[in-house]
Write a protein of this length. Sequence first.
Lengths: 212, 130
Amino acid sequence: MSEVMVFATFFSSYLRVRTEWCTKWAFDEGKCSVGSTEGDIVLTASDYLRPGGAAGTGDFWTMLPGAVNTFALIISSYTIVLALKTAKSKDWEAPKGVLRHLLPDKKTAVRNYLIATLLLGSMFIVLKLVEWSHLVAEGFTVGTVQGSIFYVATGAHGLHVFAGLLIMLYLVFKADTIGYDEDNGQGIEYFGLYWHFVDLAWVVIFPAFYLY
Amino acid sequence: MGEHAATGLEKWLLDKTGKDIYFWNFQVLMFFTLFEVGAVFFEEIPGTDIAITRFMVWAILIVVGIIKGYGIAAYFMHLKGDPRIYTRTALFPVLFVLLMLWGIGLSNPEAVTELPSWCTPDWENFATQR
């Protein structure tokens, strides 16, 4: 509950300031106060990242890290579900074809699904840093209100992903040594709930901060 | 996310396709994410002259967000099929979130300094009277 409230605080603060800003969209719609010129337009992160954004710096490649990260989190949500499902299954069978080499037995399959989740989460952090470095290089710094709310909200989310990666290192270690089965699979289950929540938070953050 | 016997839609999908609800939920989430990102990448609906307006983007982002949120919470977090008390517990903070969005997020810029008199405490007189 406290986690939901933390992200709701960021989101409502963003909405509060966003409705006040004279963004390019608001300017084009004639919503800005009388006397505003195009030079007074407030540039948000999405203006720098979106193709056709008001900053003029956005294209396919600047939007790509955020888009790839969205897919990475959803795929990682699925791989953690597969890790749990494999751990809890009583009659698990190795898949046929190429996957048989990656998932030869139940213990290795659980470990490899967890490693896949770990790699996707790590990729998320790396791409986020790539994207931040691009934004900072373009002048979108934490020194402005729009930069501050963006970096704090996405940074808090990134911190949750990073914390998840640390926990996942332990899960991978345990999967590789003791192993997970139907009796001790709760560890993956509880971590999975946390990881899905992180994904759920991104479902709100991504469109609000990157696309809108 | 706890395992339980497949019922209803989950059982139907499993019987018809041989794939469980997690697989199909994953497919749906991937499709809608593609749709969401596409709404911003394109300025016109591909193959047509229909412009994707600001309000169309808003509508797409909100509707897709709700669908994806439901997919993750209901199937990946497994609230659907678990006892209702878990769903109620998970939805409880949503009440406060809505209040926060309404009270802070959607308040007008002068909301803090120009609250209506009936909800503004008269602190100076209050202090004098005490």
